[in-house]
Design a protein around this ligand. Structure first.
Ligand code: ZN
Length: 329
């Protein structure tokens, strides 16, 4: 199939070499040990220093130059170029989807503890337009070449391996013929996870449906307990009833979830361990307060809010709330 006019600009990039991406850390024993542990590899060459200089497992090659938890957070000195610019240009023409189809690693030699790696990227090829079971688009192949700094006999950088990475950038089958500015189809917002409801905790969720914060109480020794359970941990009695808590309490502890970003929750997402004035604690989302304004000991009050038409959750709002705080979803 003949290329459309716009594709000529994309194909002009084939063969382009993109700049260096550095590694945050040299090849090091702790990362090798963690990787071997995670992969279930027991090979003394990777862990036992008495065997001589530690080598890193060959399959770790890509690991050394990864950006870490934050997207595109590469070490200072790394290129600012986007080696995926061809994908961006193809996407702009109405090919929104991408799937990785092939990854091939080749190793020239083992890398060793203390070596500093970097890689460069070359846009290797772009296929003719193809139609597969997924849709219609282009196979785009990139090749990353890895080097160890100063490791060559003449003091220059030495090539240690390559990573070929091929993706299919495509318009899904059945998708409307997209205008260049067309956005990918809207994905319905995921619902909140549902609580696991059992005979032990059903009262709590039924109470929430009625706007009541019900706490389990041992009818034998009168102690309160939460989360609900069948047996009193204090006196081992199976007999219990419930009391309706006032909903007033204080922040005993809290966390603010930043990562991972899990739909439907907005991040940052503040979660409190609330000490109720009745004397037991429960975990709930904090609302109406900026995450950096939450304080241990802060007074809070329960509110009940509905989600996805059928779920009612207790959430806690500081009694003297920050007026312009963002409400988490
Ligand atoms: Zn008891």
């Amino acid at each position: 199939m003949l290329d459309q006019e716009w594709m000529k600009d994309v194909r002009a990039l084939v063969g382009k070499e993109y700049g260096r991406v550095d590694s945050w850390d040299p090849v090091n024993a702790p990362m090798v040990r963690h990787w071997c542990e995670a992969m279930g590899i027991e090979n003394p060459a990777y862990t036992d220093r008495e065997q001589g200089a530690l080598a890193a497992p060959a399959a770790m090659l890509q690991v050394w130059c990864m950006e870490g938890m934050h997207l595109n957070n590469y070490p200072p000195g790394s290129t600012k170029e986007n080696p995926y610019e061809a994908l961006v240009m193809i996407e702009a023409q109405g090919y929104p989807s991408v799937v990785a189809v092939n990854s091939e690693l080749e190793f020239d030699r083992p890398v060793r503890e203390g070596e500093r790696l970097y890689y460069t990227t070359r846009l290797d090829s772009i296929s003719e337009q193809k139609t597969t079971g997924l849709g219609t688009g282009f196979f785009v192949t990139l090749v990353m070449t890895y080097y160890a700094r100063g490791a060559a006999p003449d003091g220059g950088d030495e090539r240690v391996g390559t990573l070929l990475f091929r993706v299919f950038k495509f318009k899904p089958t059945g998708a409307p013929a997209a205008a260049p500015e067309a956005a990918p189809a809207a994905i319905p917002k995921p619902k909140r996870p549902r609580p696991g409801i059992s005979d032990d905790n059903r009262f709590f969720w039924e109470g929430a449906q009625q706007g009541k914060l019900l706490i389990q109480r041992c009818t034998c020794c009168q102690s309160l307990r939460h989360p609900p359970g069948p047996v009193c941990p204090n006196c081992h009695s199976f007999d219990w009833d419930t009391v309706e808590a006032s909903g007033r309490g204080t922040v005993y502890s809290f966390v603010v979830m930043h990562y991972p970003e899990v739909p439907p929750f907005d991040t940052p997402n503040p979660i409190g361990l609330i000490e109720l004035e009745e004397g037991t604690r429960l975990v709930a989302q904090l609302i109406g307060v900026a995450p950096d304004a939450i304080r241990i000991g802060q007074e809070v009050q329960v509110e009940f809010h509905s989600f996805d038409d059928d779920l009612v959750l207790p959430q806690f709002r500081p009694v003297a709330a920050t007026p312009d705080a963002k409400e988490p979803a």
